[in-house]
Design a protein around this ligand. Structure first.
Ligand SMILES: Nc1nc2c(ncn2[C@@H]2O[C@@H]3COP(=O)(O)O[C@H]4[C@@H](O)[C@H](n5cnc6c(=O)[nH]c(N)nc65)O[C@@H]4COP(=O)(O)O[C@H]3[C@H]2O)c(=O)[nH]1
Length: 629
């Protein structure tokens, strides 16, 4: 996946300062600490309740029960004595004692019973053989004698047996409380620990590949840089981007894309040493920290290992997919403080440089590279202004019938005069337009302008317009062509779209569908730079082209190189067999023109017949029968 340099890795990989690196674990442990404290408190409270509430309520209930029974007992004795009031009156203590003794049932709970006179003096006392053990419950009842009170009966009993039972219950409850506490503490602890473990895994890992994620990578990079600084070593940071991952994702779907990422991650893991850190930091971007001794050789070695590990194609749903990596490497200065954000930025710039080579590989960041990338950013900025300020122009180069010398049409070629720099070749700025996303707007302008211009040319002449891969990736190409034709009134067969092999290399159903719709509209499709790709011939089978443009490299060498001449002959033959027109590009001299004529090539283009020129100059070639010189 390509990223704009205007949005460097710095923004995607927000490197935090060492202080912030410490915050996360602290915050995490702080969070779990307070949660654990709360769980502990709740478990203790529940256990306390289980330990105390049942024995205390039992004790209270038992005491109330005992008090009721004692009251009833005192009242019954007082009633009996009242009924026989003469016993008290005659101070017949023996008789009263008999009543009190008789009342005490044998084998019943030991109790201490006293008859008190009206003055409170003890008249009769029946005490158990052993003194009652504390705590003692006492209840009194008045001995009735009509309206007057003759005295009181006092009954006392020990609460010790009830306490003993409550104690036993307490013991049981304590045991139970222990169980409750353990359960409440351990169970949530275990769940919490598991949840925290999972959360911490998710916070530090990429779930698709199982590698460290950006967050964890940031932390480790900061730590690695600090320890390398202490030890006087250098750290290498590598950023690895999978070329054409987007194409796989678009063409074969996300499941295939995921499979590719997992396989690339697995293979990369094989190239790592235990001390290296590999992380996935973005869609198709991986980053590595290598803390080896012998830099930069170690980093270069690692990059080469990674490239070698990708040589074997990855099988995606039965289809082999050749993976190419672009690797950027930046090194920290040994023993010196390094800003992690700067290192990441440098590695990112180097990765983009590797990507520009367009064949996979690795690239070290260097001050020279930094300068080049700054220049490139400036170029992109200037291109934005160029677009806003209408600085682009079109030049037209004549396409000529070799037999008659008549101009068959013109190829529209984009021109930009960069203020302060002069004319910039399209080969230099078109890739920047493509990478910055400006290509859509600029090529829409090219189409519009070329169609408007060609509509003023004689009806036998057509206009050729280049369409790049990036234009096919953006939606709306068909609509742009259709709109340009409608507004200009140019007939569709007079518009020829030149595409290169790279467009068909994408080979997505959408690309072919767009090409077919354009052709169905009547627009002609030409294959540009034929013969320079790997499988130009193969593409002739996939799509019915109207024209083949033989690359100028063959024309340039045909006079000296029999092979180049043989290729031209073969292509002309094939085109004649398939009923496709063939045009030879880059004809610069009469000898080349003559050789091409002998080979039967019908149409040519090149400096011999006319350089790219202004629309006004091109108009001078229009006259009927007008021949290019
Ligand atoms: N040495 C030599 N060169 C010759 C001769 N005859 C023509 N040329 C050059 O060959 C290029 C032909 O265009 P191309 O192959 O489509 O290659 C084009 C095309 O791929 C791209 N390009 C130009 N305009 C556009 C555009 O509007 N859109 C897109 N997408 N690409 C464009 O830029 C490339 C370069 O364009 P130019 O620099 O204008 O270069 C032009 C032209 O000036 C010759 O006899 N000798």
């Amino acid at each position: 996946m390509q990223h704009s340099l205007a949005l460097p890795l710095l923004d995607r990989l927000r490197i935090r300062s060492p202080r912030r690196q410490l915050e996360f674990p602290l915050r995490r442990s702080g969070m779990s600490g307070s949660l654990l404290g709360l769980m502990l408190g709740l478990a203790a409270l529940a256990a306390l309740a289980v330990a105390l509430v049942p024995p205390a309520s039992y004790l209270l209930a038992l005491r109330a029960h005992e008090a009721g029974r004692l009251e009833a007992r005192a009242a019954s004795l007082a009633h009996e004595l009242g009924r026989r009031s003469w016993l008290v009156e005659r101070e017949d203590h023996r008789g009263a004692r008999g009543i009190l003794r008789q009342a005490a049932a044998p084998g019943a709970v030991p109790e201490h019973v006293r008859l008190l006179g009206a003055d409170g003096a003890v008249l009769v006392e029946v005490a158990p053989p052993e003194p009652l053990a504390a705590p003692i419950l006492t209840r009194r009842a008045v001995v009735p004698d009509g309206a007057a009170a003759r005295g009181e009966v006092e009954v006392r009993r020990s609460l010790r047996p009830a306490l003993r039972k409550a104690g036993l219950l307490s013991l049981l409850c304590l045991l139970l409380a222990g169980g409750v506490f353990t359960l409440l503490r351990l169970l949530p602890m275990r769940m919490l620990r598991r949840a925290l473990g999972e959360a911490s895994y998710l916070a530090t890992h990429d779930t698709l590949t199982g590698l460290s994620n950006r967050q964890a990578f940031q932390d480790r990079l900061g730590q690695a840089l600090l320890s390398a600084q202490r030890e006087g070593r250098s750290v290498a940071m590598l950023i690895v981007d999978i070329d054409s991952f987007k194409e796989v994702n678009d063409a074969q779907g996300h499941a295939a894309g995921d499979m590719l990422l997992r396989e690339v991650a697995r293979r990369m893991g094989q190239g790592m040493r235990a001390s290296d850190t590999l992380a996935r930091i973005g869609g198709d971007e991986f980053a590595i920290i290598q803390a080896a001794e012998n830099q930069p050789q170690a980093a270069a070695g690692l990059a080469r290992r990674l490239l070698a590990l990708m040589e074997e194609p990855v099988m995606l749903e039965g289809q082999p997919c050749q993976v190419r990596l672009s690797i950027g490497i930046a090194l920290s200065r040994a023993g010196q403080p390094t800003d992690p954000a700067q290192l990441a930025h440098d590695a990112d710039m180097a990765m983009h440089q590797a990507k520009q080579a367009r064949q996979g590989g690795y690239h070290f960041h260097s001050p020279e590279l930094g300068r080049k990338l700054r220049e490139r950013r400036q170029l992109e900025q200037d291109l934005r202004e160029a677009q806003a300020q209408h600085q682009f122009r079109l030049a037209y180069q004549p396409l000529v019938y070799l037999g008659t010398g008549q101009v068959s049409g013109g190829e529209a070629l984009l021109r930009w005069h960069r203020p302060g720099h002069g004319d910039v070749p399209p080969d230099r700025f078109i890739p920047v337009l493509e990478e910055s996303g400006l290509i859509g707007a600029v090529s829409a302008w090219v189409l519009e302008t070329a169609c408007q211009e060609a509509a003023r040319w004689p009806a036998r002449m057509s206009v050729a317009v280049n369409v790049s891969t990036a234009q096919f990736r953006q939606p709306g190409l068909y609509e742009a062509v259709e709109g340009a034709l409608r507004r200009s009134g140019l007939q569709p067969h007079r518009l020829e779209l030149e595409i290169t092999e790279s467009v068909l290399m994408q080979d997505t159903p959408e690309t072919l569908a767009t090409l077919r719709r354009l052709r169905a509209m009547g627009v002609r499709i030409a294959m540009d730079d034929f013969g320079t790709g790997y499988s130009s011939l193969g593409y002739l089978r996939r799509f019915a082209f109207d024209k083949i443009k033989i690359d100028r490299s063959f024309v340039q060498h045909m006079a000296q190189d029999p092979n180049a001449k043989a290729v031209i002959r073969a292509v002309v033959n094939i085109s004649q067999t398939l009923g496709i027109r063939a045009l030879a590009e880059g004809v610069e001299n009469a000898e080349q023109a003559e050789l091409l004529r002998q080979e039967g090539c019908a149409e040519v283009q090149g400096y011999l017949f006319g350089r790219p020129m202004t629309p006004e100059q091109f108009a001078t070639l229009h006259g009927p029968g007008q021949r290019a010189t």
